[in-house]
Design a protein. Structure first.
Length: 258
């Protein structure tokens, strides 16, 4: 299927989605976000796809965020229920997502990366939430996710000034998982995806669900004693038996996702 604003490539268990508006630094508007929401809806529904990667076309930008020219022309309409890039407000996706960030990740672009579970940043990556500089707020999760990922005072330093943070500083602050040479972000993301694919897909999804839902509960004991739905599904799966069996037989497990 041909898409207007992104490129979708499925390889084995991995779906790679490339934001494809390089002429505007991969900035997105509502039509692009709607298209991306459909792409991620399909990813979520397909049993054969286990890991998602999102990146940007070209080496200048992952995404410069919201297409302000569309907004300035008065043609802006609200994004759909799944938010920017079809993922910032998608809270029910247990499959892991990896952001491969090349160049600018500004505003909604940074929020898109923050909505992923792992962020791989090329050395030329720059991150910022510059919305206050144009009279806006980083309402696609930026003000909430960043303050939950890094120390509050560091987060407020970025949020209240819109200052740009390099890949190296992002790693030091804790929101970047790995920094790689320019041009190697996508390859590194695929390497991380390969490591995830060595694990049981049901156990991976159960782990992700437990992490995020558990963070919503301030009581550690309650979070630890709760068996979340994906955990229950994992406990009742054939893969739950296959893992220990493969270990005992000294072979690689044959995950069936069932």
């Amino acid at each position: 299927m041909t898409h207007q604003y992104c490129i979708v490539h499925d390889e084995g268990r991995i779906r790679t989605v490339t934001l494809n508006r390089p002429e505007v630094l991969n900035a997105l508007h509502a039509d692009a976000n709607d298209e991306l929401a459909t792409v991620w809806d399909e990813f979520a529904a397909r049993d054969d796809l286990w890991v998602g990667i999102i990146t940007g076309a070209g080496d200048r930008a992952f995404s410069a965020g919201n297409d302000l020219k569309v907004q300035a022309a008065g043609r802006r309409r609200p994004n759909g229920p799944n938010g920017f890039a079809g993922i910032t407000h998608r809270f029910n996706l247990d499959k892991p997502l990896i952001a491969a960030v090349n160049g600018w990740a500004m505003g909604g672009g940074f929020e898109t990366a923050l909505a992923c579970d792992i962020i791989i940043a090329a050395e030329n990556a720059l991150f910022a939430l510059p919305e206050p500089r144009v009279g806006l707020i980083a309402g696609g999760g930026g003000v909430h996710r960043l303050a939950r990922i890094i120390p509050m005072k560091k987060a407020m330093g970025m949020i209240l000034t819109g200052r740009r943070v390099s890949a190296r500083e992002g790693s030091e602050l804790g929101f970047v998982t790995e920094v790689v040479p320019q041009g190697e972000a996508l390859a590194a993301a695929k390497r991380w995806a390969g490591l995830i694919l060595e694990c049981s897909p049901k156990a991976v999804r159960a782990s992700k669900q437990a992490v995020y839902r558990g963070l919503g509960d301030a009581n550690l004991e309650k979070a630890m004693r709760t068996v979340y739905p994906a955990q229950r599904e994992n406990l009742e799966s054939q893969d739950y038996i296959e893992g220990p069996k493969a270990f005992a037989e000294k072979r690689k497990p044959n995950w069936q996702n069932r």
